[in-house]
Design a protein around this ligand. Sequence first.
Ligand SMILES: Nc1ncnc2c1ncn2[C@@H]1O[C@H](COP(=O)(O)OP(=O)(O)O)[C@@H](O)[C@H]1O
Ligand SMILES: [Mg+2]
Length: 255
Amino acid sequence: MTSLLEIRDLHKRYGTVEVLKGVDCSMRQGEVISIIGSSGSGKTTMLRCINMLEEFQGGTIAIDGQEIGYETADGVRRRKPEREIARQRALTGMAFQQFNLFPHMTAAANVMLGLVKVKKMSRDEARALAEKWLDRVGLLSRKDHYPGQLSGGQQQRVAIARAIAMNPKLMLFDEVTSALDPELVNEVLQVIKALAEDGMSMLIVTHEMRFAYEVSSRVIFMNQGRIGEEGNPREMFLKPKTERLAEFLKTSAFN
Ligand SMILES: Nc1ncnc2c1ncn2[C@@H]1O[C@H](COP(=O)(O)OP(=O)(O)O)[C@@H](O)[C@H]1O
Ligand SMILES: [Mg+2]
C-alpha cells in the first residue's frame, strides 16, 4: 500500500542558510502526527514545503504516490507547471496561527468561497456543504456572522471548516491555538480531536503537549532542521531517548 505522505531527504534553504537538513517522514492514511520542537527548528517550514508554499532544493515529497512540486527528467529537476502545483496544493488543507478569514464576508461565505471559485460548485451546493462543516465545528448558528462578530476561537473554527470543506486528503495545522486567549484554546482542540476520531489524516504542529499526547498516533520532535526523535506518544513524552527531547519537554510544561 502506498503511503499517504512520503517525504525523503527533504532539504530547504533560505539563501545560504539550510533550515531543513534531510527530513524523512512516512505517514499512512488516517494517522495523526504531532510535530513538536523549539521555535526555529523547522516545523512551519516543513508544513509549508508539503503545501508548496515554499520551494525546496533537495529531496522529494509525495502525497498519495504523486510527487509534489517537482519532476526530474534526464537527471534535471524542474518545478512543475503552476497549474499542476495548484491542483496538487488542493491535496492538502492548511490552518494557521492567524485565521486569515475575509473580514467583509460572513462565516458561511468564507467557507463557500473556495468551493465556488476553485471547486466550481453551484452556490446552493456550496452553501449546503458550508453549513454541514460549520455545524461540525459547532458554529451553524453563527453562519451569518462576520469574523469581527466572532471570538478568536470561533474564527479559527471557521478557518478549519473552510479548509476541510475543500476535501483535502491531509490536513496541516500550524500552531492553530497559539494566537488565542487561553480560555478559547480548548474549543479549537476539541474540534481537531473530533476530526481525528473521524479518521482525518493530520499533521499537527503544536505547543499543546497534553493534546499531542492524547490525540496523536505518532509524535515527531524536530531539532535544528532534523527529526531529533520520533515514536508513539507514550515513548516520546514519558521515556524520551535523547537528551534534547528530555530537555525540550522540561521547558514545555508537559505535566
Ligand atoms: N522567510 C524566511 N527567510 C529566512 N529565514 C527563514 C524564513 N522563514 C523561516 N526562516 C528560518 O528558518 C528556520 C526555521 O523556521 P520555522 O520553520 O519557522 O521554525 P518553527 O516553525 O519550528 O519555529 C528559522 O531559523 C527561521 O529563522
Ligand atoms: Mg512555526
